[in-house]
Ligand binder design. Structure first.
Ligand SMILES: C[S@@+](CC[C@H](N)C(=O)[O-])C[C@H]1O[C@@H](n2cnc3c(N)ncnc32)[C@H](O)[C@@H]1O
Ligand code: SF4
Length: 458
C-alpha cells in the first residue's frame, strides 16, 4: 500500500483558498507563465559537443514522437507587453542569420538520429518568422521538407503576424509546404493595439485574417490576449466577436502575464499607461471567453485553445507538451532529445560562429531528471484540463495518483477539480476555476511530487 500524502503541512500556495469564488480568489499569488519544476543536471561545458554528437548518433527504436522547432528571433517593432522580444529586424542581420540557419538545418538533418524516424510536427516560432522575406519563407519550408523525414500528415506551422503578410508571402509559404498559420492578433481594438505598439489597426487586421481564412488553403489560427491596458470587458467581448466573424479556424486565449522589464511595465510606472487588468478581472475575462466559445460551439482542445472545425489539430502544441522529443534549430531555440534538454545560444554572433564551424550551437545541455516525464505528464494534463490516473501512474511506475488523492480531495473541496471514476479509470477534471489556475495547480503538484520523491516516498 502506498504511503498517504499528509496535506496538513501545506499552506494556501499549494491548497488554494477555501472561498465561495475560487475562480477569482482561489490563489492569492499571481500566475507565472509556465509550470517549471524539473531538476535537471547541467552538463559540463567541455562535454557538451561530444555528448550532443553521441545523442544525435542514436538510431535505436522504439522512438518517441518527434517535432522540429525553428526559432526566428526578430521583430520589426517591440510590443510593449512582450518579454519574448530579442532582436530588431534588419534585412542584413536577417539574411546573415538565415544563411547560418540553412547551414544548421543541413547539419542537423544529416545526423543519424534525425533520419531514423518521421517528424510529426514542425513549428517556426519567434519573434516574428513572417518578418523573413517571401523567398526565405519558401526556402525554409522547402529545405525542411527536402532534408527532414516528415510524416505524410506532418503539421508545418508558420507563426507570425499579418503586418506585411501579403498574398506573395502567403503563396510562397504555401509553396514552401506550410500548412498551418498562427498569427498573433492580441486584440482587434485599435486603441489597445496602438498602445501596445501593434502594427495595423482593427479594420486592416480583421480584413486580412478574414481573407486568409476564406482562401481555405490551411488552418488560420490566432492568439488573443486578455488584460491589456484599455482592454475593458466590452472591448474583450468585441475581440471575441471579431475572432468569430473573421472565420479564423482556431484561437488561443492567453491572459496577459506581466513580466518585469517590459516597456509596458515602465510606462505604467511612469503613469503613461493605465494599469493592466488585475487577476480578478482577468479571471472574469477568462470566464467570458470560455462561455463565449461554448455558446458558439467551438471545440476545446486545451484549457486555452479552441478550434472551429477539425481542420485545426494543433499537433505541435499537444505533442511538444507531452512525451515528444523536440529538435531545436536557430538561435535561442530549446528542445529535448534522447533524455537531454538542449538550449541553443541566444547571441547571434555565438550562434553563427558555432554553426560556421560545424559545432552544435549549444549554450547549455542538461540531463533530464528521472522524474522529468512525471512533470511533463502533470503539465500536459493540466494544460488539457484533465489528469488521467493511469497515465500518471504509468510515468511514475507506482500508484502516484492514489498517493496524491488527499491533495486532490482538498482541491475538490476548494472548487478547482472534480474527481471522477468510471470502472477502474480515474480522472482529475479541472473546473472553470481549475482551468484558470491550471499553471498554479500544476506547479503545486510538481512541487509536492518532487518533494515526495526526493524524500524517498512511498
Ligand atoms: C512570442 S509571440 C510570437 C507571435 C508574433 N510575433 C506576434 O507578435 O504576433 C507568441 C505569443 O505570445 C503571447 N505573449 C507575448 N507576450 C505575452 C505576455 N506578456 N503574456 C502572455 N502572452 C504573451 C502572444 O499572445 C503572442 O501571440
Ligand atoms: S508579441 Fe510578437 S512581435 Fe511583439 S515583440 Fe513579442 S514576439 Fe515580437
Amino acid at each position: 500500500m502506498p504511503v498517504i500524502l499528509d496535506t496538513s503541512v501545506f499552506d494556501s500556495d499549494i491548497l488554494g483558498e477555501s472561498t465561495p469564488d475560487p475562480l477569482r480568489f482561489g490563489f492569492r499569488r499571481k500566475l507565472s507563465a509556465h509550470a517549471g519544476g524539473s531538476h535537471h543536471a547541467p552538463i559540463a561545458a567541455e562535454q557538451i559537443q561530444p555528448l550532443a554528437q553521441r545523442v544525435l548518433q542514436q538510431t535505436t527504436p522504439p522512438f518517441n514522437k518527434r517535432c522540429l522547432y525553428v526559432h526566428i528571433p526578430f521583430c520589426r517593432v517591440r510590443c510593449t507587453y512582450c518579454s519574448f522580444f530579442e532582436y530588431a529586424s534588419s534585412q542584413r542581420l536577417i539574411d546573415d542569420y538565415f544563411a547560418a540557419l540553412m547551414a544548421e538545418l543541413k547539419f542537423k538533418a544529416s545526423q543519424p538520429w534525425t533520419q531514423a524516424a518521421p517528424f510529426q510536427a514542425v513549428y517556426i516560432g519567434g519573434g516574428t518568422p513572417t518578418d523573413l522575406t517571401a523567398a526565405q519563407i519558401k526556402q525554409l519550408g522547402t529545405m525542411i521538407r527536402r532534408y527532414f523525414p516528415l510524416a505524410t500528415d506532418c503539421e508545418l506551422t508558420l507563426e507570425g503576424r499579418i503586418n506585411r503578410f501579403n498574398d506573395e508571402m502567403f503563396d510562397s509559404a504555401l509553396e514552401g509546404g506550410f500548412n498551418r498559420f498562427s498569427f498573433g492578433v492580441q486584440s482587434f481594438d485599435t486603441q489597445v493595439r496602438r498602445q501596445a505598439k501593434r502594427l495595423d489597426d482593427r479594420e486592416v487586421v480583421l480584413k486580412r485574417i478574414s481573407e486568409l481564412a476564406a482562401t481555405d488553403q490551411a488552418p488560420i489560427v490566432i492568439d488573443l490576449l486578455y488584460g491589456l491596458p484599455y482592454q475593458s470587458i466590452d472591448v474583450w467581448l468585441h475581440d471575441l466577436d471579431d475572432f468569430l466573424d473573421s472565420g479564423a479556424h482556431g484561437v488561443d486565449l492567453y491572459q496577459l502575464i506581466e513580466m518585469g522589464n517590459t516597456p509596458m511595465g515602465k510606462m505604467v510606472e511612469q503613469g503613461r499607461l493605465p494599469e493592466p487588468a488585475d487577476t480578478i478581472t482577468k479571471a472574469s475575462m477568462f470566464e467570458i471567453g470560455v462561455d463565449y466559445m461554448a455558446k458558439h460551439h467551438l471545440r476545446r482542445l486545451s484549457v486555452n485553445h479552441w478550434a472551429r472545425d477539425n481542420r485545426e489539430r494543433s499537433c505541435y502544441n499537444s505533442l511538444a507538451k507531452t512525451t515528444a522529443e523536440v529538435l531545436p534549430l536557430g538561435a535561442g531555440a530549446g528542445g529535448n532529445v534522447g533524455g537531454y534538454g538542449f538550449m541553443q545560444h541566444r547571441k547571434l554572433e555565438r550562434y553563427m560562429d558555432d554553426v560556421n564551424q560545424q559545432h552544435f550551437p549549444l549554450a547549455m545541455m542538461v540531463k533530464s531528471s528521472s522524474h522529468a516525464m512525471i512533470n511533463t505528464t502533470i503539465k500536459a494534463g493540466f494544460d488539457r484540463g484533465v489528469v488521467v490516473a493511469k497515465e500518471l501512474d504509468k510515468q511514475a511506475g507506482w500508484p502516484l495518483f492514489s498517493y496524491c488523492l488527499p491533495l486532490f480531495q482538498r482541491w475538490q473541496k476548494n472548487g478547482f477539480v472534480t474527481l471522477e471514476q468510471h470502472g477502474n479509470h480515474r480522472y482529475l477534471n479541472l473546473t472553470l476555476a481549475g482551468q484558470f489556475w491550471s499553471v498554479t495547480l500544476a506547479q503545486a503538484l510538481i512541487q509536492v511530487v518532487t518533494t515526495a520523491i526526493s524524500k524517498g516516498q512511498p
